[in-house]
Design a protein around this ligand. Structure first.
Ligand code: GDP
Ligand code: MN
Length: 389
């Protein structure tokens, strides 16, 4: 789960990380009074779940009330396009008004999971700011890393070593060491998957300030953080994904044309490979789980059919805990309710498979029932043949 910069900065404050005074607002008038209160200059910052806002015109440094008004009017309600949003952009509903920091230098600092090393890694660079991706690509040596031992955690000497290698002025090394340890602690305590500060500014007074703040959370740990879960902004998420999570379906939208409904993540992955193998592309990942009810199947099916990119639906179920007859009832109910016009290919195997097939065959609906995976794959390929290439 992602949250907005202003929400991340609240968590930063809670964990003692240095951030400038700021206030989130949702209207132009509010923006001006917040700026008057904070004192000029201020930075007007678009709040969307995507980075690169500076490059897209979503960050404005202004020196008076007129400047705030102009920036707020321009940004609020507009669809902000950044290198990370795609061409349609994201509608800005909230602005963060922040007291401007007097930036002398911009560093990069992040904590994330290094999957290959199976440990948490702290990443830092003295070349922070809006072009960090370029730095990482062109000059990987400029990216410094320290890995935390999973049993011991990040040790103070490691944070100190990073701070020294950043080439900071002598008086900033101790505060930087402390800040790195605080960010690491926040990452662990809040169950993050990413905690990033870019830029971490050094002001002309030599102080460190987190000018930007990005936190992503491990969804599987959200049950431990009720407060965090409430920070979710549904406006920023894919509407079909929101609908799916509401009924406990594991759904991820992809860019292909075959909608697939599968039980079990492993089978779902294999199914996506299979679709690819016959020259089509999956429109989504959808794992209905082992204990899916007819109602969940119906919901999942509707989500697939509601996706305008879907040109054929492939249902691939191995009936274990989820019985094939329950699945078939759900699919029939959904297909009748939504009046599907798309080809639907079903491959069933496992518990009560005969009953399941019977329900499908006697439903009066035109399902393509495949006797095995090979046949199912062929049918899927046929169904979208005209659409591919
Ligand atoms: P992003 O483009 O979405 O990553 O947004 P950031 O919050 O990182 O802001 C982009 C850039 O705007 C920063 O790298 C800074 O150069 C500039 N900026 C942001 N806040 C301030 C500030 O308080 N003072 C100054 N001088 N520049 C700022
Ligand atoms: Mn940034």
């Amino acid at each position: 789960m992602k949250i907005h910069e202003y929400q991340a900065k609240e968590l930063f404050r809670k964990h003692g990380l240095p951030v400038a005074p700021s206030k989130p607002v949702t209207a132009v008038g509010e923006a001006v009074s917040a700026a008057d209160e904070l004192g000029y200059p201020v930075v007007v910052k678009a709040q969307i779940h995507a980075g690169g806002r500076g490059k897209g015109g979503g960050i404005a440094l202004v020196h008076d009330a007129d400047g705030v008004k102009e920036a707020a009017e321009r940004i609020l309600g507009s669809a902000l396009v950044t290198p990370q949003t795609g061409p349609e952009g994201r509608v800005v509903r909230t602005l963060l008004i922040e007291k401007a920091s007097d930036i002398a230098d911009e560093l990069y600092l992040a904590v994330t999971v290094d999957r290959a090393r199976r440990s948490i890694v702290v990443i830092a660079s003295r070349a922070g700011g809006v072009n960090i991706e370029e730095t990482a690509a062109k000059d990987p040596d400029a990216i410094l890393k320290e890995w935390a031992d999973p049993a011991i955690g990040l040790r103070p000497f490691q944070a100190h070593r990073l701070a020294r290698k950043l080439g900071l002025p002598a008086e900033a090394i101790r505060p930087a060491t402390k800040l790195i340890l605080q960010l690491y602690k926040l990452f662990c305590v809040e169950d993050c998957s990413l905690a990033e500060i870019n830029p971490l500014a050094i002001t002309s007074q030599g102080e460190l300030v987190a000018v930007d703040a990005k936190l992503n959370f491990d969804d599987n740990a959200l049950f431990r953080h009720k407060g965090t879960a409430e920070l979710r902004d549904l406006d920023e998420e894919d509407p079909l994904e929101v609908e799916a999570t509401a009924v406990n379906l594991n759904y991820i939208k992809l860019d292909g044309n075959v909608g697939c409904l599968v039980n079990g993540a492993g089978l779902a992955m294999a199914t996506m490979d299979l679709i690819d193998h016959v020259g089509a592309r999956p429109a989504n990942f959808l794992d209905v789980g082992g204990g899916a009810t007819a109602e969940m199947i119906e919901k999942g099916f509707r989500i697939l059919v509601d996706d305008p990119d879907v040109e054929a639906v492939f249902i691939n179920i191995f009936g274990g805990i989820l019985r094939c007859d329950v699945l078939a009832e759900g699919v029939v109910a959904a297909a009748k309710a939504v009046d599907v016009k798309l080809p639907v290919i079903v491959r069933l195997e496992g518990t009560n498979v005969e009953e399941g097939r019977k329900i499908l065959n006697e439903s009066g609906l035109a399902f393509g029932t495949a006797k095995d995976l090979r046949e199912a794959a062929q049918m899927v390929g046929e169904a979208v043949k005209g659409a591919v290439q």
